[in-house]
Write a protein that binds this ligand. Structure first.
Ligand code: PRP
Ligand code: URA
Ligand code: MG
Length: 209
């Protein structure tokens, strides 16, 4: 039985629709976007606030709060990570976008990099990696290594489904990086697919095969 790590009935409901093979690409994209909004709320719980004041309707100044000098960037991993971009930006519209392209070789299951364009001043930013699937963990681990090589120190991963195997690899390779999956599934099959999972996230998002 997969466990849902974001404790909310709507997350469980939307995850069930995602797993359903009869869900079409348009609905699949909507569900990934909606789930990413929940993940973004959870992932930003640690943001600090600073005090300010606002003038209210009565003309009085009252204490108020604003997020403290936070300048995040998202790293949607091509291709399936693109599906999570809009949900994050609906919650944090000012985030910059650092694209990284990886695909997983279907024979070796090893991640192959083909593109990267990072935000300016990325070393000063909170970094949120977006990829719906953490399977063997090879892709996410390689992306973390790449970002660290470029000076990033504050990295979080938002994903829809994670396999225990991938979480263990991340714990070993990058214990400083926190992972926020909407659900943790049972295991990987012999082809490295998450079980029960949802199939190939990129293909289901974009209607490819
Ligand atoms: C998928 C997924 C992850 C990766 C996860 O990408 O979106 O990036 O596999 O697998 P791993 O944890 O074993 O590395 P895929 O190779 O299917 O590319 P795509 O997004 O272009 O479909
Ligand atoms: N990538 C996917 O899209 N799905 C899986 O189950 C594993 C890797
Ligand atoms: Mg794919």
């Amino acid at each position: 039985m997969p466990s849902c790590t974001v404790n909310h009935p709507l997350v469980a409901h939307k995850l069930s629709l995602l797993r359903d093979i009869s869900t079409n690409s348009k609905d699949f994209r909507d569900l990934i976007r909606e789930l990413t909004m929940y993940l973004t709320y959870e992932a930003t719980r640690d943001w600090e606030l600073e005090k300010t004041s606002v003038r209210t309707w009565e003309g009085r100044d009252v204490e108020a709060f604003r997020a403290k000098g936070i300048d995040p960037t998202i790293v949607p991993i091509f291709r399936a990570g693109i599906g999570m971009q809009e949900g994050f930006l609906q919650v944090i519209p000012t985030a910059t976008i650092s694209y990284i392209g990886f695909y997983r070789d279907e024979e070796t299951l090893l991640p192959q990099m083909y593109y990267a364009k990072l935000a300016s001043r990325i070393t000063e930013r909170k970094v949120y990696i977006l990829d719906p699937m953490l399977a063997t963990g090879g892709t996410t681990s390689a992306v973390c290594s790449y970002l660290k090589k470029h000076g990033c120190t504050d990295i979080k991963v938002l994903c829809i489904l994670a396999a225990p195997e991938g979480l263990a690899k991340m714990d070993e390779d990058h214990p400083d990086v926190s992972i926020l999956p909407a659900a943790i599934d049972s295991h990987l099959n012999e082809k490295g697919y998450i079980i029960p999972g949802l199939g190939d996230a990129g293909d289901r998002l974009f209607g490819t095969k």
